[in-house]
Design a protein around this ligand. Structure first.
Ligand SMILES: [Ca+2]
Length: 466
């Protein structure tokens, strides 16, 4: 074990920084009072989590974090793919404003200097900022974001050996699972947790922003074999849903290439995904334990979220990139010292884009210009506080946009302004979105209202998708 690959520590060149970055560090007494931030970003984690009501998946550490914070039951990403979602969250802007709709385009290509990304903003305001693992999509960090940035990788290949297979006969590389030999630290996430533990154990004079990006349960579905043990294959069911579910789903709702796993392969996929969740959860536990051991625990806000969800065969789909609840709903838990609402759940529709203004409010900084989300701090104090705006998410299909909103009751989606289809799901009766009611005359007035609401939810983005 040990570290290999990029292991970069950026030396701070304080005097070379623009005035806004260097000056606040001089106000040390004032900065000391600011809360620390521990941000834990998970990759491709849907809400198949104990505290979100999953009957089988074991997540004792996410669950204990939820007991000391507020769990958001209707939190949504803005785009169900890594880079667009993370760019939106970290810039505080909707994808139509950032112009980032794929994993290849650098977040700063379209935004240039218009946006101050969250890590850089905190660093300019006196925070020690450290990243370990995946926060931006890989390689997309800005030059002024971090004092420390680490990408630990196992030195040996032991953690890539063990029982497993590709579920598509090698056709799609990401459909590989493996119950791996070796221990936690033969996997990237084990090393990421170890580095996070080390960072949280360091004494420092400035408030910290430690961002921990855990990579599982993202494909490939590899975890140490002990995490597969709670999930014997004969106890794993196939995906739920009526046989005719797809009959009322517009083709545009799906990406063009379908994977169509067989029944056994589907169950193996679900099992490996669950095992990866439990492995990730165990790494989170090490990080939370390290925080608990630290004097900083008394003054640290913990934010736990995933960049988007994942289908495990629901609606006949085994990936993300859709606007179904499975793909765009994410776990979100915020725990702060002295919180009165410990263990509460909030059902207001909130968005990952809301995190940036939430953080600035919680640490007492003014909002930088251009943020398009709203602080959810009021919901941390009162989970039933008034909340009018729906959550807004988009995805591209062959250069055209699907746009979707979630209200307290409905999910409403238009593909290419409705030209390629409309979907309406009544979550009061159909939380799993099996019956598309868009052409049901009983819902015509709802469709009219939701269409207007969707129009209002669209950002006045400066960089519209062509
Ligand atoms: Ca259906």
């Amino acid at each position: 074990m040990g570290l290999k690959g990029t292991h970069q520590i950026t030396a701070r060149a304080r005097l070379a920084l623009p005035f806004a970055m260097a000056a606040p560090r001089l106000l040390l007494g004032q900065q000391r009072a600011k809360p620390n931030l521990l941000l834990v970003a998970v990759d491709d984690l849907n809400t198949d989590i104990g505290c979100y009501g999953h009957a089988m998946v074991r997540t004792p550490n996410i669950d204990r974090l939820a007991r000391r914070g507020v769990r958001f039951d209707r939190a949504f990403c803005q785009y169900p793919v890594c880079n667009p979602s993370r760019t939106s969250l970290l810039s505080g802007r909707y994808p139509e404003t950032t112009g980032i709709f794929d994993n290849r385009t650098n977040p700063r290509t379209h935004l240039k200097d218009d946006a101050l990304f969250l890590p850089e903003y905190l660093r300019r305001n006196g925070y020690f900022t450290a990243r370990v693992g995946k926060i931006y999509h890989d390689g997309m960090d800005g030059p002024e974001d971090w004092d420390v940035s680490l990408n630990p990788r196992p030195a040996s290949s032991l953690g890539r050996t063990g029982e497993g297979r590709n579920l598509t006969g090698g056709k799609f590389a990401f459909f590989e699972w493996r119950a791996a030999e070796g221990g936690d630290e033969d996997q990237p996430d084990g090393l990421i947790a170890a580095e996070a533990v080390r960072l949280l154990g360091e004494k420092r004079d400035w408030p910290f922003f430690v961002a921990v990006g855990l990579r599982k349960p993202h494909d490939q579905y590899i975890a140490p074999k002990k995490y597969f043990e709670p999930y014997p294959l004969d106890r794993i069911a196939g995906p739920p849903g009526p046989a005719d579910d797809e009959a009322d789903i517009p083709p545009a709702a799906y990406p063009p290439v379908r994977h169509n796993l067989g029944a056994l392969e589907g169950r193996e996929f679900r099992r490996a995904y669950y095992a990866c969740i439990s492995f990730m959860d165990a790494q989170l536990g090490k990080v939370l334990d390290a925080l608990d051991r630290s004097p900083a625990a008394r003054n640290t806000v913990v934010i736990f979220f995933s960049d988007h969800g994942l289908h495990l065969g629901e609606h006949g789909w085994w990936n993300k990139v859709t606007l179904f609840d499975r793909s765009i709903r994410v776990p979100l838990i915020i725990a702060a010292p002295g919180m009165e609402n410990r263990g509460a759940a909030c059902s207001r529709p909130v968005e990952l884009i809301d995190l940036y203004p939430t953080v600035t409010e919680m640490v007492g900084l003014r909002q930088p210009a251009g943020l398009e989300g709203r602080s959810i701090a009021s919901l941390l104090a009162n989970v039933e506080a008034p909340w009018a705006r729906p959550a807004y998410s988009v995805v591209t299909r062959s250069g055209r946009l699907g746009r979707s909103i979630q209200t307290a009751r409905f999910r409403y989606t238009e593909w290419d302004e409705g030209r390629l289809g409309i979907e309406l799901y009544d979550h009061n009766q159909d939380p799993h979105e099996y019956r598309n009611l868009a052409s049901d005359s009983d819902y015509a007035s709802h469709v009219r209202e939701l269409k207007a609401l969707l129009g209002k939810a669209r950002p006045a983005g400066r960089s519209q998708q062509q």
